[in-house]
Design a protein around this ligand. Structure first.
Ligand SMILES: C[S@@+](CC[C@H](N)C(=O)[O-])C[C@H]1O[C@@H](n2cnc3c(N)ncnc32)[C@H](O)[C@@H]1O
Length: 251
């Protein structure tokens, strides 16, 4: 999959993406990442990408033309891509969720537009961007961090990017639940023992224990996630067991 980010801070995106999972995915050719700087598509000596808003008011806005030319270059650089989407990162967009990312992990090319200043000339959003996506109900100074979040979160869903194919599938939110707790060596830390079942070698029991913890942790930390979810009879009874065990632990 190919990601293109329109940004006036290309180094910010490239330097961060070249670390860890995304860095390896790019180096191994599993993911392509290109940046397009609207400043490179200006004709004045100051490389102006912003201007004052009509009607007055604070701040500056990103101008239409440098953005449009940068976008055209991003599109032209990958003419073979058929399944292409242009997304403006914006606090006014739909919230970025695991489901949204899963749905878009099959695109050939995802072009992410990172705004700065007070945002973009509205005509660019209306005519060029299919969707707006938001990190949440708060405002940050630029869309680069949102673009990096998306590049990272989608990359880890792509075949071959994570060492273990199952790893992403077991993460929180993939099946509407939170992940179960995990433990590593040593067996006792701060007088706390690793749950015995994890040392038993009984894979069936370990799987069931993990599902119970997953249900229980979701119920404890994010009960809202369970509201729209239909649990199977087994899941219901595991959750009941978790609640009883929790009560017993607290006494
Ligand atoms: C200071 S913000 C502009 C906010 C805009 N005036 C508004 O209130 O809707 C500058 C840029 O940061 C990015 N940004 C800010 N908050 C964001 C969020 N919650 N999610 C994604 N991008 C965001 C957008 O690309 C935006 O153009």
């Amino acid at each position: 999959m190919r990601f293109d980010v329109l940004t006036i801070f290309p180094e910010m995106v490239l330097n961060s993406a070249m670390n860890g999972v995304t860095g390896r995915a790019i180096e191994n050719g599993l993911v392509q990442l290109s940046v397009w700087n609207p400043r490179e598509y200006t004709s004045d000596k100051h490389k102006t990408v912003d201007d004052r808003p009509y009607g007055g008011g604070p701040g500056m806005l990103m101008k239409y033309q440098p953005l449009k030319d940068a976008l055209d270059s991003a599109k032209c650089s990958s003419i073979a891509a058929e399944n292409v989407k242009v997304v403006y990162l914006s606090p006014q967009g739909k919230p970025i969720t695991q489901q949204l990312l899963n749905e878009n992990a099959g695109l050939d090319q995802l072009i992410l537009v990172a705004g700065r200043y007070e945002g973009l000339d509205e005509r660019f959003i209306l005519s060029e961007c299919q969707e707006e996506w938001s990190l949440g109900d708060f405002v940050i100074s630029g869309g680069e961090l949102a673009a990096l979040v998306i590049v990272d979160a989608i990359s880890r869903l792509l075949p071959g990017v994570l060492g273990d194919e199952d790893s992403a599938q077991q993460d929180s939110h993939m099946n509407g639940l939170l992940d179960c707790p995990h433990y590593t060596r040593p067996e006792i830390v701060a007088e706390k023992q690793v749950p015995a079942v994890l040392l038993s070698g009984n894979h069936k029991e370990i799987k069931q224990w993990r599902l119970k913890q997953s249900l229980g942790y979701t119920w404890l930390k994010r009960p809202d996630l369970l509201l729209g979810k239909e649990l199977t009879a087994i899941e219901e009874s595991l959750l009941e067991e978790f609640k009883i065990e929790l009560k017993y632990k607290k006494v």
